[in-house]
Design a protein around this ligand. Structure first.
Ligand code: G6P
Length: 373
C-alpha cells in the first residue's frame, strides 16, 4: 500500500502532489501546430454547438465548485449564459432545457447517481450533454453525447483534490473551444490563454515545494479550532467554498465559504475574538480588480478580532497590514488563480485532520462515489 501511495503517508497527500502532472496531462495534445485548440473527442455537431444559447453545468460536491469556477471563464470568453446547478436539485424543479441547451456534466467517478439522473433528464428534454469525467468508460460519459476526459489519473482518497483542478482545466478547454468555434475570440488570444494554462503545473509545484511547510505549521497551530470561515470574490468565491468543504470532509470542523461582498450582509456577525478566517485575495492587476475591496474585508474582520490567513499573490505587500499570516502563491491571471489558491487550502485541511489523528483518505460517513439517489 505504501508503494501505491508513492511514499506519501496517504493517498490524499500523494494526489495533492500529483496535481502538477494532472493539470499537465489534462492539457496534453490540445494545441495543433498553428496554435488552434483541438478537442478530438468532441462528438457534437459543430453547427449545433454554434447555435446553443445556454449552458447548464450539473454536478455534485467538489465537481460543482469546479463548475462554478468555470462559469466565470466560459461566460467571459463565450458570451453564453452559464448556469451551475447541483445535479440533485436540477431535475426536480422543472428546469428550462431545450435543444439549444448544452449540458455539461462534471463527475470524477462518472457514477454519481444524482448526476446520472440529471443527465438522463437533460437528454430527454432534447439537450446535448458533454461529460467531463476522470473515469474511462463509466456511466456518465457512456450516457452522454460527448466526453471530455480529465487525465488526472485514479483518485483514491475520498476527498477530491487533483480531479478538481483538472475539471477546471477541462472546462476551460471546452470554453475556449466554444469561443474559437463561435468566433468570439481571436486566435492569438486563445493561444495566449493556453500558454498561461501551460505555466500552471510549474506554479503548483512551487507551492508544493516552497509553501506547504508554512501551511502545515499553521494547521498544527490551529488544531483546536472549532469553526473556520473562508472568504473570496469572483473565482475566489467557489475556491472559498471548496476550502470549507475540504475542512468539513476531512477534519469534521464547522466551516463555511462566503462571497466576501456578502460579509456585511450577515456573516460578519460570526466574527469574534480569534475566529480563524481565510481570505482568498484577487490579483491587483487587471481591469476591475476587486483587490482593494477584498483588502478592506480583511481589515473589517481583523478589526473585530479575527485571525486572518490571507492567500495572496507574490509581491502583494498591501495585504500584510491586516494579515495574521500571508500565504503567497505565484502570480497568475485572475481566471488561472483558482488552480493555485486551492492548493494551500487542500493542504491545510489535510494537515489539520492529520494532526487530529483522523483518516484523511477515508473520512467518516462519506463515500468516494455516491451511487444512490
Ligand atoms: C462524493 C465525494 C465527493 C465528490 C462528489 C461528486 O460526495 O465524497 O468528494 O466531490 O461525490 O463525485 P463525482 O465522482 O461525481 O465527481
Amino acid at each position: 500500500a505504501s508503494a501505491e501511495k508513492g511514499g506519501f503517508p496517504s493517498f490524499m497527500d500523494k494526489e495533492i502532489h500529483d496535481q502538477p502532472q494532472a493539470v499537465a496531462d489534462t492539457l496534453l495534445g490540445r494545441m495543433d501546430p498553428s496554435g488552434r485548440l483541438v478537442l478530438d473527442e468532441m462528438r457534437i455537431d459543430e453547427s449545433l454547438l454554434k447555435s446553443i444559447d445556454k449552458i447548464i453545468v450539473i454536478a455534485c460536491g467538489t465537481a460543482a465548485y469546479a463548475g462554478q469556477v468555470a462559469k466565470y471563464a466560459i461566460e467571459h470568453w463565450c458570451r453564453i449564459p452559464v448556469e451551475v446547478e447541483l445535479a440533485h436539485e436540477f431535475r426536480y424543479r422543472d428546469p428550462i432545457v431545450t435543444e439549444k441547451t448544452l449540458v455539461v456534466a462534471i463527475s470524477q467517478s462518472g457514477e454519481t447517481m444524482d448526476t446520472i439522473m440529471a443527465v438522463r433528464h437533460a437528454r430527454q428534454q432534447g439537450a446535448k450533454v458533454i461529460a467531463i469525467c476522470n473515469t474511462f468508460g463509466s456511466t456518465i460519459p457512456r450516457e452522454s453525447d460527448a466526453a471530455l476526459y480529465t487525465h488526472a489519473g485514479p483518485e483514491i482518497a475520498v476527498a477530491s483534490t487533483k480531479a478538481f483542478l483538472s475539471q477546471i482545466v477541462a472546462c476551460y478547454l471546452l470554453g475556449l473551444y466554444l469561443a474559437q468555434l463561435r468566433g468570439n475570440k481571436f486566435q492569438d488570444e486563445i493561444r495566449m490563454i493556453l500558454g498561461e494554462l501551460q505555466q500552471i503545473p510549474a506554479k503548483i509545484q512551487r507551492i508544493l515545494d516552497e509553501t506547504a511547510q508554512q501551511v502545515t505549521d499553521l494547521a498544527i497551530a490551529q488544531k483546536d479550532t472549532e469553526s473556520v470561515l473562508f472568504l473570496g470574490r469572483h473565482v475566489g468565491y467557489p475556491v472559498a467554498m471548496e476550502g470549507a468543504l475540504k475542512l468539513k470532509e476531512l477534519a469534521y470542523i464547522h466551516a463555511e465559504g462566503f462571497a466576501a461582498g456578502e460579509l456585511k450582509h450577515g456573516p460578519i456577525a460570526l466574527i469574534d475574538e480569534g475566529k480563524l478566517v481565510f481570505i482568498v485575495v484577487p490579483s491587483k492587476r487587471g481591469r476591475d480588480s476587486l483587490h482593494a475591496k477584498v483588502v478592506s474585508n480583511i481589515q473589517e474582520v481583523r478589526a473585530r478580532g479575527a485571525r486572518t490567513v490571507v492567500i495572496a499573490e507574490e509581491g502583494d505587500e498591501e495585504v500584510r497590514a491586516y494579515a495574521s499570516d500571508v500565504i503567497y502563491v505565484p502570480a497568475s491571471p485572475t481566471l488561472m488563480a483558482p488552480l493555485l489558491t486551492t492548493v494551500p487550502l487542500q493542504i491545510f485541511a489535510m494537515e489539520l485532520a492529520t494532526v487530529k489523528g483522523l483518516d484523511v483518505d477515508q473520512p467518516r460517513n462519506l463515500a468516494k462515489s455516491v451511487t444512490v439517489e
